[in-house]
Design a binder for this molecule. Structure first.
Ligand code: 9WO
Length: 243
């Protein structure tokens, strides 16, 4: 997969992709990230990429020409390309969406700044608009990094067998169960006995029930959109009766 990022703060992206899984994906040749400074596509001596709004009002907007030209300069011979604007008005990024994006050959991420982009960019340049949550940031760079992180770890071959086999939060659509490491007792706080028992069937059962309890209390909305076994449903019924 190739990901191009268009931003006025290229170092913000370039520095952050030097870590962890995203770095490994690049080293293994499974992911190529290319960062572009939007100012390189500015038309005047001051390298301006923003301008006042028609109709007045506070704040500046990103001018259309540099954005159109930056995208045009990125040779899209790679195949299937999505041009994504990170913005609070976008569709909420979910694990499902990240999974679908990880199958695309080429992503071009546009990081908004100021008050946002000229509407002609939204209407005629971008193919998808994505939000990472309902809060306002000062720009699209951090959301772009969140998207890159979520997507790159799903590219086939990026995670080892061990890591991908891990049932992390959301991999099955529900929250993860609690985990413990040594010592078995710390300041009187004990690790649940079942985890020390060596009885793998009982452990598996306990972990599933804990995950259901956790999801039921913290994110009950997730339980409506996930396949549950007969046993899961039976257990959830006992939880509801306890309320
Ligand atoms: C700035 C501003 C200045 C004066 C008056 C009104 C104003 N609105 C904004 C504004 O909303 N700026 C946004 C900053 C424009 C697009 C890029 N920015 C952004 C992206 N903030 N938050 C996001 C974002 C993106 C994806 N997911 C969550 C948040």
């Amino acid at each position: 997969m190739r990901i191009d990022v268009i931003t006025i703060f290229p170092e913000m992206i370039a520095n952050a992709v030097e870590y962890s899984t995203v770095k490994r994906a690049q080293e293994n040749g499974l992911l190529e990230i290319v960062v572009h400074n939007l100012r390189d596509f500015a038309h005047n001596q001051h390298r301006s990429v923003d301008d006042y709004c028609y109709g007045g009002g506070a704040g500046m907007l990103m001018k259309p020409e540099p954005l159109f030209e930056a995208v045009k300069s990125i040779s899209s011979v790679v195949g299937d390309t999505k041009i994504i604007l990170l913005s609070p008005q976008g569709k909420l990024l979910t694990q499902d969406m990240a999974r679908r994006l990880s199958l695309v050959d080429h992503l071009i991420l546009i990081c908004g700044r100021y008050k946002g982009v000229d509407e002609r960019v939204r209407q005629n340049l971008i193919t998808d608009e994505i939000s990472i949550g309902d809060y306002v940031l000062s720009g699209g760079e951090i959301p772009a990094l969140a998207l890159i992180d979520a997507v790159s770890r799903l590219i086939p071959g990026v995670l080892g067998d061990y890591e991908s086999a891990q049932d992390d939060s959301f991999s099955e659509g529900i929250l993860d169960c609690p985990h413990y490491t040594r010592p078995a007792e710390y300041q009187g706080m004990r690790v649940p006995e079942v985890l020390l028992s060596g009885d793998h069937k009982r452990i598996r059962e306990w972990q599933r029930q804990q995950a259901l309890i956790c999801t039921y209390h913290k994110r009950p909305d997730l339980l409506r959109s996930v396949p549950l076994s007969e046993e899961d449903l039976e257990f959830l019924k006992t939880l509801k009766e306890g309320d």
